[in-house]
Design a protein around this ligand. Structure first.
Ligand code: ATP
Ligand code: MN
Length: 477
């Protein structure tokens, strides 16, 4: 007999038909009612067992967390709360879960505790919802680009280039670290290493995506990226997933439109495809809000925030205008910012970004035309001689979710900027070649997948929206 998934069974009209279900026990009440979940939906199917008809030692093995296969009749439910239930005729314990040591009990566990048992947290309602949604978000992103004629490009995970020119990379080596070969100048002899040169895990697939865009016109990457930055925040991971479209013939404004369209498309899809899971996360958040002081509570609930994002055009603001707004803002005048906003040219801190988004505009904001000295070498230089065509998208509650730019397509401008910023032009000949041969205006951006997941799920910590988070001092599982 074939197993029916719980999601199908709860949508099936009960007509006393014979069914086989398999899953994990979420609760077992009165020695009679089993709530069974198989991860296909947040909802459980109720199994009813006449314990009198089964050996006692078998009934005793039905514990929270155990895995069972049950066969029986699908009947209309006697109780309220569910349409149908399965009257069990026979069942088998596939895997026991000793209640004396099984860490997940049917009570509220803190997210911190669940992070320590990330190998088991999939079995909670919260993480079941999050990872089902994560799948739908990823799928919607692929669909968005596919529908628009983009090609999915697999950029390398191991690379010899540093896209940002900023360090913060994990080295990749097969050298024996207890016997590193040094030359006479006490430098590591990378010639003896696996690749014959220094290599690292990629921090971004952008440069490779640019190479492909110079022939395929519209590409995107979607893969893991790695940053050895010592950022112990709720928004940074050492391993995170990034989506990086790169489009020939787009300028910075096309780039903004593309990013806004994509975010709205994905959020819209999730709102229609993940209603049960979003409803669960909404209720969860409402519950959590009750324990917070009034002024710390959200003005809008999760679904309202998502809908709001769909209904409003993202505000487009130049860096220069943003600095003026911040300089004249109340918190700045009253010394409430940790970093006072004084002069044009400084980088914005997350407190400033959040002020703009949450207090001033009260909606997503696209900041553009940043000072060239705080941005990467590949961004297109504007005619004013001091800014570049960069754009960041800031989201309420999160801050930066997208970072992008129009790229410098003019060979001379790019090469001289690279020299100024000490980026090795000989080593990066392949990047400069695109500007030597058939260059064209182009633009792209990087979307942090887990930052988007934070917004969509309403979770507060990025470590809770990726299955197995990696951060400073932590790489368990
Ligand atoms: P931040 O200032 O927040 O550290 P960034 O300027 O370093 O971000 P970019 O290099 O522009 O970010 O990367 C593109 C996107 O990748 C960011 O907009 C963000 O969504 C995401 N991102 C960057 N660093 C991390 C990280 N450590 N963990 C998770 N996502 C990240
Ligand atoms: Mn960063």
């Amino acid at each position: 007999m074939k197993r029916i998934r719980v999601i199908e069974i709860i949508q099936t009209e009960p007509k006393n038909q014979n069914v086989l279900v398999k899953g994990w026990v979420r609760s077992f009440r009165s020695n009679r009612f089993i709530a069974l979940n198989d991860g296909s939906t947040i909802n459980n199917i109720q199994l009813v067992i006449d314990f009198e008809n089964f050996p006692e030692d078998q009934i005793r093995r039905i514990t929270v967390g155990s895995c069972i296969a049950a066969q029986g009749e699908l009947i209309p439910s006697q109780g309220s709360g569910q349409k149908s239930e399965v009257r069990v005729v026979q069942f088998e314990i596939l895997g026991d879960a000793d209640p004396g040591i099984y860490p997940l009990q049917p009570k509220k566990h803190s997210l911190e505790f669940l992070r320590e048992i990330a190998h088991l947290r999939f079995r909670t309602n919260t993480f079941g919802s999050i990872f089902r949604i994560r799948h739908h978000v990823a799928f919607a992103i692929h669909r968005f680009f596919h529908e628009r004629g983009f090609y999915y490009l697999h950029s390398p995970v191991i690379t010899a280039s540093d896209a940002e020119g900023a360090g913060e990379m994990f080295h990749v080596t097969s050298l024996d670290l207890s016997r590193i070969p040094f030359n006479d100048q006490k430098e590591v002899e990378y010639k003896k290493d696996f690749f014959g040169r220094p290599a690292n895990l990629t921090v971004s697939g952008q440069l490779e995506a640019e190479l492909a865009a110079m022939a395929l016109s519209q590409v995107y990457t979607f893969g893991p990226t790695f940053r050895a930055e010592n950022s112990n925040t709720t928004r940074h991971l050492a391993e995170f997933w990034m989506i990086e479209p790169e489009v020939a013939f787009n300028d910075i404004f096309d780039n903004m439109d593309l990013a806004e369209d994509m975010l709205k498309y994905v959020i819209g899809k999730v709102m229609t495809e993940c209603t049960d899971d979003l409803k669960f996360l909404l209720d969860r958040e409402e519950e959590e809000q009750k324990s917070k002081p009034q002024q710390e509570r959200n003005e809008m609930n999760l679904l309202q925030r998502l809908q709001f994002c769909l209904d409003h055009q993202f505000e487009r603001v130049s860096y220069t205008d943003a600095i003026e707004i911040l300089r004249n803002s109340n918190p700045n005048k009253k010394g409430k910012f940790q970093y006072a906003v004084e002069s044009w040219g400084t980088d914005l801190q997350s407190e400033h970004e959040r002020y703009l988004v949450e207090k001033h505009y009260k909606k997503p904001v696209i900041l553009f035309n940043y000072p060239k000295d705080i941005k990467a070498f590949y961004m297109r230089q504007n005619d004013d001689g001091k800014t570049v065509a960069a754009m960041d998208i800031l989201f309420p509650g999160i801050g930066e979710i997208v970072g992008g730019s129009q790229r410098e397509e003019r060979y001379d401008r790019l090469a001289s900027r690279m020299k100024e910023m000490h980026i090795p032009t000989e080593e990066m000949y392949w990047y400069l070649d695109t500007r030597r041969f058939g260059s064209c205006p182009h633009a792209g951006f990087g979307l942090g997948f887990e930052r988007l997941m934070l917004f969509i799920t309403g979770m507060g910590n990025i470590r809770d929206v990726i299955p197995f988070p990696r951060y400073p001092g932590y790489a368990e599982f």
